[in-house]
Write a protein that binds this ligand. Structure first.
Ligand code: SF4
Length: 224
């Protein structure tokens, strides 16, 4: 029998469309994809990443050898603060080389060590490390970003008490009980919750009237 959360996710898939599970699985490529763009649509991020792949390549040594102006042009495709993102791409490449050049080897290490190494990369905290471990099909964490976390909390999974990390853990634990412990369904959950938080269940003024979950949403029942 389907859990309540799985039914919610099915309703969101009906509303927003079934998300495409991304094909990038390599941990270093996942880090590059995060850093090549900033605050842009998924399409624009994909475009910037595609340009990086085609013009430079996605191996650490190729990034380090690439001319600065080429990296800058690519970063400009990915939105604001391009120079800072070029620096981040180079720092990520330097760190990957320090780790032996192939981060896939790190993912074969015990989970705690893999997480510790991933967190050395700029901008990768616990949620980011869990996302890489999930999307590289290494470990089925129910990784969440801020939009997805907000949706789950409003739906009554976890508690808003305490700091972000505490809220994250509580929502992850509560929701994790209702989603099969496997990478594909948890990637789907991550993507659907994120999209719902970006479009209808926005931080201020969520559009509950247009949401298929409104009848069973405690936040909507309380008047938002
Ligand atoms: S009913 Fe409103 S608060 Fe609840 S999930 Fe939908 S948009 Fe978010």
């Amino acid at each position: 029998m389907k859990s309540t959360l799985t039914k919610h996710l099915d309703a969101l898939a009906k509303l927003h469309g079934e998300p495409k599970l991304q094909t990038v699985r390599d941990p270093f490529e996942l880090i590059l994809k995060e850093n090549v763009a900033y605050l842009v649509s998924d399409e624009r991020r994909a475009e910037a990443f595609k340009a990086l792949k085609a013009r430079v390549g996605v191996k650490p040594e190729r990034i380090l050898a690439a001319p600065q102006d080429v990296l800058l042009e690519i970063a400009q495709l990915g939105g604001m603060l391009p120079k800072g993102r070029v620096d981040k791409l180079k720092q990520a490449a330097e760190l990957a080389v320090e780790q032996g050049g192939d981060l896939r080897a790190i993912l074969k290490e015990p989970l705690a060590k893999a997480r510790r190494v991933l967190k050395k990369f700029l901008g990768v905290g616990d949620p980011g490390a869990e996302k890489i471990l999930l999307f590289s099909h290494t470990h089925p964490f129910l990784a969440l970003e801020s939009n997805g976390l907000r949706v789950l909390l409003r739906l009554g999974y976890g508690s808003e008490k305490g700091a972000y990390a505490k809220q994250y853990k509580s929502a992850q634990e509560a929701a994790g009980k209702e989603i099969e412990e496997a990478c594909a369904p948890r990637m789907r959950a991550h993507l659907l919750l994120r999209l719902h938080g970006q479009t209808l269940c926005k931080r201020s003024a969520p559009e509950c009237g247009a949401c298929p979950l409104s009848k069973s949403c405690p936040y909507a029942a309380a008047g938002g």
